[in-house]
Design a protein around this ligand. Structure first.
Ligand SMILES: [Ca+2]
Ligand SMILES: [Ca+2]
Ligand SMILES: [Ca+2]
Length: 182
């Protein structure tokens, strides 16, 4: 019996969040992702914008991930992460809160929409070797109305789909780039 499609996405999500690739999700991973995203947009980590981006990632750790560190050791294992996602999926408010925070992170210039450059930096913040072609393919799925921007509502829908839908056809499956093969 293979794992469900949603399980695959949760595994992929964990891999993309585990920025330092040590198999555990920690505050440090979020700092690393923030630094990479800032650098991808041409901001020094110590600059005001760079600092704000890193802080936004740290808020994801504090608000979304750390509450599920049940044994209090400062890290989430893959199993704790999967349990956290399953718990959040049952609470509409938790997913909506995640969508707001993710948008805050990805909309680096704060103009209320995500352009391709911001999305590419966001993806590379999670995984530095994501190609521009992969990012473009994902962006095209996420930009549902085809206006060239990923709007707040498009992020909200995509986040719900990514973390809760078992349907392989929904566009939100592309939120963290191309899924690895099963
Ligand atoms: Ca880690
Ligand atoms: Ca923007
Ligand atoms: Ca759009």
């Amino acid at each position: 019996m293979s794992t469900s499609f949603l399980d695959r996405k949760i595994r992929h999500g964990f891999d993309r969040f585990d920025g330092d690739r040590d198999g555990r999700l920690t505050w440090h991973d979020h700092v690393v992702m923030g630094e990479r995203t800032a650098a991808g947009l041409g901001h020094e980590p110590g600059s005001p914008v760079g600092h704000r981006i890193i802080e936004a990632y740290c808020r994801i750790w504090e608000r979304v991930h750390r509450p599920h560190d049940l044994d209090g050791d400062g890290s989430l294992t893959r199993e704790e992460f999967a349990a956290a996602v399953a718990g959040a999926a049952g609470r509409a408010g938790a997913i909506a809160d995640l969508a707001v925070t993710v948008f805050e992170v990805a909309d680096a210039d704060r103009d209320g929409r995500i352009g391709f450059t911001e999305y590419l930096a966001f993806l590379r913040g999670h995984q530095p070797d994501v190609s521009e072609a992969e990012a473009a393919e994902a962006f095209a799925h996420l930009d549902r109305d085809g206006d060239g921007w990923v709007a707040r509502a498009e992020v909200a829908t995509a986040i719900v789909e990514y973390w809760t839908s078992d349907d392989p056809a929904v566009p939100g499956n592309w939120f963290y780039g191309r899924l690895p093969r099963a």
